[in-house]
Design a protein. Structure first.
Length: 278
């Protein structure tokens, strides 16, 4: 894993900030929880690769780096950013918030948007292949033809089953299970060679749930059937939303978000992109 810092993040954003820091700061003026400061929330604890070492103020990890990039695009220097912690469920409840925005892999959906607001997406999930280190599948090339030879398992009725049947199309019959917990147990018991989860779930599974779990690769986002979009969570009606959306649009336009994603979720995390054409 590469190391980043707030100074590196600042260099990444330097050219963009020179172009319009005054306008960005004006947009946020009087709209933050504390005047002249930006309060950002994340989980307690927060896990890698989203936040490294449970220390969001370090700027290390995909969401920590993204948070500081958004803050900078809004005209807030790193020393004007304050961090607070919330549980995942606590933050999505209606009512006043103790933060300006919160990021801990919140998927944007219509039910949640009835009681809170989301920013424009800052990340769209990809589908990843998980194997066990040291297994026969461990050395499989990250190509469509090589992966099709593996025996996959999936929870019945999930998007994983649909993706395998409609996109990858393995040569061996797909083994179906009642839920993802049983799929994880199956790969642990060597009943299957591999499984597919969205990348965030795959990262969690290999770090916490599967002893010796390893992500073999991730499919291009455009290959996903129903990708999740992650958004910054805010209190319903927060006037800061327009400023946050503008900052995310700027970061997308100058490829800053892509660079952060590559650093922490792509090449930097050792997760190659699978070539389905080979």
């Amino acid at each position: 894993m590469k190391n980043t810092s707030l100074s590196v993040c600042g260099l990444l954003l330097g050219s963009m900030l020179i172009a319009g820091p005054a306008a960005a700061a004006t947009c946020a003026a009087g709209k933050t929880l504390h005047d002249g400061r930006l309060t950002i929330a994340t989980g307690n604890p927060a896990y890698a690769p989203w936040v490294m070492d449970d220390d969001p103020a370090s700027g290390k990890g995909f969401e920590a780096a993204t948070a500081y990039a958004v803050a900078a695009a809004m005209g807030f220097d790193a020393d004007k950013v304050d961090w607070v912690r919330t549980s995942f469920d606590e933050a999505i409840q209606p009512g006043e918030k103790n933060f300006d925005f919160n990021l801990q892999q919140y998927s944007i959906n219509s039910d949640r948007e009835k009681v809170i607001d989301f920013s424009a997406p800052y990340y769209t999930t990809a589908v990843a292949v998980v194997v066990k280190s040291g297994s026969a599948a461990d050395g499989t090339d990250a190509t469509g033809s090589a992966l099709r030879k593996l025996r996959f398992g999936a929870a019945a009725g999930t998007t994983s089953q649909t993706f395998l049947n409609d996109v990858l199309k393995p040569e061996q019959d797909l083994l179906l299970y009642d839920d993802n917990a049983n799929v994880i147990a199956a790969i642990a018991a060597n009943q299957i060679d591999a499984l597919v989860f969205d990348l965030p779930s795959a990262l969690f599974a290999t770090a916490v749930q599967i002893d010796g779990g390893k992500i073999l690769g991730q499919f291009p986002v455009e290959a996903s059937i129903e990708p999740d979009n992650f958004g910054l969570l805010m209190a319903e009606g927060n006037p800061l939303k327009a400023c946050v959306d503008e900052a995310i649009a700027t970061l997308r336009a100058d490829n800053s978000l892509s660079a952060i994603e590559s650093e922490w979720l792509g090449d930097g995390a050792g997760v190659p992109v699978i070539d389905l054409s080979k």
